[in-house]
Design a protein around this ligand. Sequence first.
Ligand SMILES: NC(=O)c1ccc[n+]([C@@H]2O[C@H](COP(=O)([O-])OP(=O)(O)OC[C@H]3O[C@@H](n4cnc5c(N)ncnc54)[C@H](O)[C@@H]3O)[C@@H](O)[C@H]2O)c1
Length: 310
Amino acid sequence: MPLIATSRPLPFPANIPSRQGALEFRHIPADALVPEGTPAYVSTAVDPVTAQMIAAFPDSLRLIANFGTGTDNIDLKAARARGITVSNTPVVTEDTADMAFALILAACRKLGENERFLRDGSWDATRPMASMGLRVHGQTLGLIGFSPIAQAVARRARGFDMQIRYWNRTRRPEAEAALGAEYVASPDELVAGSDIVSLHTALVPETRHLIDAARLARFRQGAVMVNTARGPLVDEKALAEALRSGHLAAAGLDVFEAEPTVDPGLLALPNVVLTPHIGSATAACRTDMGRRVIANLLAFLENGAALDPV
Ligand SMILES: NC(=O)c1ccc[n+]([C@@H]2O[C@H](COP(=O)([O-])OP(=O)(O)OC[C@H]3O[C@@H](n4cnc5c(N)ncnc54)[C@H](O)[C@@H]3O)[C@@H](O)[C@H]2O)c1
């Protein structure tokens, strides 16, 4: 019966058969030793798998199956050095794109702020022009990164008659033509020419603080920024300042620099919509992700190759 260590208790069914017998999932806390003989470790995107943990894994452990798409929680270099395969669950694209679009709409149309007015009894049909929301349809959408999620956002934006521009470290002519998107050569040029900017790059050392104070200064006056990718892509303190000064009209954030802590400066602002990293948090998507973790485990245990190696 293969023992599969997990970084937290996971609601997997008890009797998943494999050629080596039913899989037995057992939560092993980060500071405890994974037993010898364990072939795989399942992590979730919010549980760090550090170099120290990887060094302490038994020699039998050959696969880290991440329950999530982003693998920045795992020290990939340390895994590679020990010859451990890492897999992910790239089945969250459409749900996360829905979330990015929900944040675009919520930030531009001030959904959070307006709902708070209604709930606290301040319904006021005569509110001044300055408190009005921003138009979404027909605006210019700038995508930072042309990842699968970015392209799914672009498909939605077409239905809103938006002009789509993107910057990616590699130009993607085919996807660009299919989506009617315009390639822009630098992030600075992209933010300077977009009404709404949405972030979609992976978090790697080169993309940390891709959006810092200097780049925020290049955004259009009154622009909107949405981040459903990873918090550390943005210098949160600089973003809070840009929102406080009004240089940015609004933001929508699903991810944060030090989750689950949110910068108090952001919490204090009315013009930012904040959600607790729920890009993939639909019941259907989480079910798909769980199935994909199991499919990766079985493929690896039975055929020696994961379906979704990173
Ligand atoms: N909010 C959520 O719940 C949620 C859900 C899924 C994914 N995500 C995040 O969304 C983002 C996009 O995910 P995805 O699956 O579409 O794509 P991905 O994670 O495969 O990222 C690919 C993108 O990152 C860019 N990239 C990689 N290395 C780079 C570098 N050194 N410099 C510049 N760009 C670089 C690539 O060019 C590409 O555009 C990721 O950050 C991912 O972690 C968030």
